[in-house]
Structure formats: structure tokens, C-alpha cells
Design a protein around this ligand. Sequence first.
Ligand SMILES: [Zn+2]
Length: 577
Amino acid sequence: MDFAEQVKTSVDIVDVVGQYVRLRKMGTRHVGLCPFHTEKTPSFGVNGVHQFYKCFGCGAGGDVFKFVMEIEGLTFYEALKSLAERYGIPVPKRAEYSDPETKLRAALYQMHEIARDLFRAALRSPQGAEARAYIAKRGLAQATVDEFELGYSEPSGQLLARRFEKEGFPAEQMEASGLVLKRQEGSGFFDRFRGRLIFPIHDEQGKIIAFGGRALAAGQDPKYLNSSDSPIYHKKRVLFNLNRAKEAVRKSGRAVLVEGYMDAIGVWSAGVKEVVASCGTALVSDQVRALRRHAERVVVNFDPDQAGVNAAERSIQLLLEESMRVRVLELEGGHDPDEYVKVNGAEAYRACVEKAPGYFLWLADRARARFDMRSAEGRMAGLQFLQPAIHLVNDKLERAAIAEEVATYLQIDRGLVLDSFRKAAAERREKTLPPVKEAPRPLERILLNSLLTSEEARRECLPRLKSAPALERLVSRGILQALIAAHESGGACGYAEIEARLPESDRDLMASLVLADKPEDEEYSLGRALDCLEQLDLAGREVRRAALKARIKEAERAGMLEEALRMMEELGRLERA
Ligand SMILES: [Zn+2]
């Protein structure tokens, strides 16, 4: 067995996908919200028996390798290696398990680890005094500094460049790392980060893929400098601290979203372990999706200044678009999260997180600040202001509850609020009606699944199926013909092998037949396949009978009596059979 096959048979796709997506068991399949597109009701299914996933919304689908490649943005070899490592399968040290892209990325990971070690050593060195002073001022404990592997990039700009050259990394790799920059004049490189406090940024699996650097000197610009995108770092997909927070986020079903590195670190060390931050940039939908894979509730706790409030408003819209349930935490005294924890303690902060109000009340407060709620016009303008958010609430009960809350809060007639909810819902329904597909009869589901599941069933039934006249009339004939061809040529007849032989439309059909609900007591087996064949034979005879009758009539009308007689005899034989 080759190594990829060995890995594939040792891991369970339900378990692997479950590390990224919250799945619910429904009969023989697991369903959840698709991680590859935005949706409000689950059209993403995983099948443990045949080890595949499929989304009927966006068409994403494949085996466990494809899933890890897509969700982590990895090459095939990296996905293979990552899975093998996760499940304790020894990886053979052979070059064939690598390709140029994988090699480049392996070098980049290595450079980032070297950089982290150099930055950490620099923080402890005499040169790091300024950075240590800043850390002390922010009240970070040594344990926290160690846990987050904070570092210091000294101002000379030579630390990494020299080391990478010494280690023999080629110029292309150095350039691709984004950690060093090419000199405009002359040859060689210099460090991107100079004179900054360094925050390592990890991917979800805990590998260092980038750094954020905070300015230490007054007037040093920009205040925050981030790694640029590289083959291992896509800024728009990464949330700071998600690698540490994801367990707690899953457990509590909730994440706390803050703005900056220091906020995330402060809140984390106060014992609120569900905290993540957008990496010093405005939140984008890929980041929200990364979060939503682990929880559907989020508490947004941004800085209280105007920039923070604006960022919160934009972020809320995005979070709602991705169907997150949003609460907004505004801390008293105009504190940002980190300061609040310092001044009031972890316990007080946790209490605030627990009782953070729903986003509608927060938005209603924005409306109040903006419009004159004493006048009827002002109240209507306030309601208008809430419209875009109202449009995004999908759940009927939730809508009713929010309408009640908002109406009371803004002193608007409850009917008016509900009315705008209803209109929004109707518009949405019009937009999102799914395309109707021809649904095959249960017989086709049972037949295909039995044939995929049982070797015995394939041996017994496929030769008969091949000559069955009713085969032509089945919606799933393309799939069954592929099964027949694979079986005849002595090839493997697993889900993946058959799927590989199919055009796109039949792939979707096959996935839907395999993922379809089945009655609890129904089994896919040789016996069931034989029952199906029996029914097909009956149906086939019915088809032939009808065709014969029609031809007899035609022959009689044309005066071809001999011909008609011959066919009537045939019909008689058919009916006796
Ligand atoms: Zn999808």
C-alpha cells in the first residue's frame, strides 16, 4: 500500500473535518455549515462509510486530503504530512513526498522558527531593554511573555539577514519569506522588522507563519507593522490567537473578538481563553468564516474610541452576514480590554463578557446617538438605520424576540418593526431559492449504496444490471455504468474510484444518493440489491409490454397483420413469464 493510501485508511474524515467544522450527526451522515462558502442552513455533508465530504451549495467536495488542502491552503504533500503527524503515522523520509512548492514552504516555516528564536534571544539581551520596559509598563507577566513567545527585533536590520545567509537559504527563499527585504542598492538583504516588539502569528495548527511588530520609539511609523503575505501567510485568513483559543471557543460555543495583539494577550492571561484578534487589520469575511467553523456566537469587544466604534459597526455587519450571533461589549470608563482587565481584574471582565447585550441594542444606541428619538421622524430614521442588520436575521423566533426588544427600546410600534422584518425575509426567500433537482426514486439510492458497500452485491448484480432494459431509464444510470465498467476491468469500486470516472453532474448526484437519509432499520446489502434488480426487471418487462402494444397497434393500422400476429405471440410469452 502506498503511503497516501495508508494515511487515508488510518484517519477518519469525520474526525478530521470535525476539527474544523462543527458537525451534527444525522443518520449515516454528518452535516454542518460549509466552511467554503457563506450559508445559513447546512448543505455540507460528510460520509464516514465512504470517506468523503460534499457541499451542495458551492460544490466543494472530495476526500480527506482534498479537505485539508482546501481548508489550510496546503499542497497535497503538506496535507499528507500534516495528517500523518496528527495521527502519529511515521512519515517516510523520501523525496517523492515533496514538490518544489512544499520545499519552499518548508524552508519558510524553518526561517520563521529561526526568526522567533533570534527575536526572543534579543528581547532577553541588553539591547532589548526598551522592549522589556514597554512589557513591564503594560504589566505582562514573564509567563505570558514566554507563552506568546514575544520577542524584539533590534534596530540594525542585520540580525535575520545575516543568519539566513549563514544558514545558506537561497535568495528566492529569503525574498519569499517576507522577513527580509532586498537592498535597493548593492546586493544582499536587510531585516523587515527593526526596533520593534515582536508578536509571532500562528496558523490554526500552531505553526509560526508571520510576525506583527509594534513600534517602540516615539514617532516610529507605522505603529504596527505586519509580515506581508507569503506562501505560508495569507493575512485575510488568519486570526491572531485562534490556534490557542479554538479549544475554548468550541467548548463554550463562543469567541471574544478584540482588535489588537495586546488586547488578546491581556484578555487571555486574565483567563478568558476564547479570545482572538484580527491581525491589526479590518476584519474580513475569510476570518469570520475561520471563527464560525468553531462557534456561532461572538462577543465583539473593540476599543471605545471612534475608530474602534466604526470598526465594530463594520465587523458586526460582516459577522451577521456569516450568520454569527453577535453581542457587543462596551467597557465602562472608556477602557480597552487590556486596560480594563488591569484595572478591574479578570473576574470583572468575565462578568462583562457574560452580560454583553445583543448587537441590536448596541446598534439601537448608535441610532439614538444619531437621531432625535423624541420625534416620529427620528424614530423612523432610527429604524431605517437598523434595516441592514434586520435583513440578516434568518431565524423566525429570533426575529420576533429582536423586534420586541428594539420596539421597546426605541419606543416604536412593535408592528412596524415586525413588518420590516417580514419584508426582509420575503426578499431573501426570493433570492435564495435553491435549484430544484430531479430526485431519483428510493430504489436507485438503495441499489447504488448496496453496490458501493458490498463486493458480493457487485459480483452478483452487476452482470444482470448490465443487460437490464430498465437501466437506461434510471437517473443514476451514468454512475451504475461506471460501476459496471470498473468492476469488469477488475478496478477498485470504492466511492472515490467511481467518482473519478464521472462527469461533474453525476458526481453531485452520486454524493446526494450516498448522503441521502435512509430509514433507521434499512441496510445496504446483497439482499437489498437483489430486491432492486427484481423490481427493475418487472419495470423492464412493463416497458417492453407497453412498447409491444404500441407497435402492434401501429402494425394493425398499417395492415401488416402477419407482423402484428407475431408480436402478439411475443406479448403473450412476455405476460406469462
Ligand atoms: Zn459550500
